[in-house]
Design a protein around this ligand. Structure first.
Ligand code: PGA
Length: 243
């Protein structure tokens, strides 16, 4: 795992956006795996600016999102579909037919999960996957204890995740308790992975991740199996890493 530490959130976002820009310039038909949450917002803001400045185009890019709350319609303001449209897709030249996200309203999660895996395969896999990390070490909604061989599936959210994510809802009871998520094996098949972590509340889990050997109680430690992973942190998130 390559570790890159930036002074602050703005610089982290700049670096992440630059890495994505380079990947698109190298391959305009890039298959990009994206994440939701607070962490990538600055990156998306910079990508929008780069698009507006004419530096990049998403016209031929395909996007696969990591996960979606189970039970939320795509137009629900807290759905990840809505998040992506509002914070990135409506402001760039992506073709909406090239945007994929797990179906939070499916009545057959197993079938829908298989279909999502098949779609990713049809595009020969994800070239570059962006990840955040939960304070409990989750990637996507793969919570501690999830098998490293898991594929896209319906997952139960850990109570700490429900608590963390309640900041976006009226109260904790409004947070869905399940989500459709790419599995850990799905994520590990991406050719390149960029994990972003920002802020003091990620410092403990980031220090653990860097020290840990593979441990299913720390889902992000699965990334140690992969040979092209960059962990991009700001100083606060890196503050407990032992040098
Ligand atoms: P955050 O979420 O970016 O909002 O901290 C990260 C995650 O839960 O994966």
């Amino acid at each position: 795992m390559k570790i890159v530490i930036k002074d602050n959130y703005q610089e982290l976002s700049e670096k992440a956006a630059l890495l994505i820009k380079e990947a698109i310039l190298n391959n305009p038909k890039l298959v990009l795996g994206l994440a939701t949450g607070s962490t990538p917002l600055g990156t998306y803001k910079r990508l929008i600016e780069m698009y507006q400045e004419g530096e990049i185009s998403f016209a031929e890019v395909t996007i696969f999102n990591l996960d979606e709350y189970f039970g939320l319609a795509p137009d629900h303001p807290q759905s990840y579909n809505y998040f992506m449209k509002h914070n990135l897709l409506s402001k760039i030249d992506i073709n909406y037919d090239n945007f994929y996200i797990p179906d939070g309203l499916t009545d057959d999660p197993d079938k829908s999960s298989l279909e999502y895996e098949e779609k990713i395969k049809k595009f020969n896999g994800i070239d570059l996957q962006i990840l955040g990390i939960g304070s409990d070490g989750h990637i996507g909604f793969n919570e501690p204890g999830t098998s490293f061989s898991s594929r896209t599936h319906l997952a139960n959210l850990a109570s700490s995740t429900i608590k963390d994510n309640s900041r976006f809802f009226e109260n904790e009871r409004e947070v869905p308790s399940q989500a459709m998520t790419m599995g850990i094996a799905t994520i590990l098949e991406a050719k390149e992975i960029l994990l972003l972590a920002s802020g003091i509340n990620k410092s403990e889990i980031c220090a653990k991740l860097i020290d840990a050997s593979k441990d299913i109680m720390l889902p992000a430690s699965a990334l140690k199996e992969h040979d092209n992973v960059t962990i991009l942190l700001d100083k606060e998130a890196a503050s407990q890493i032992k040098t």
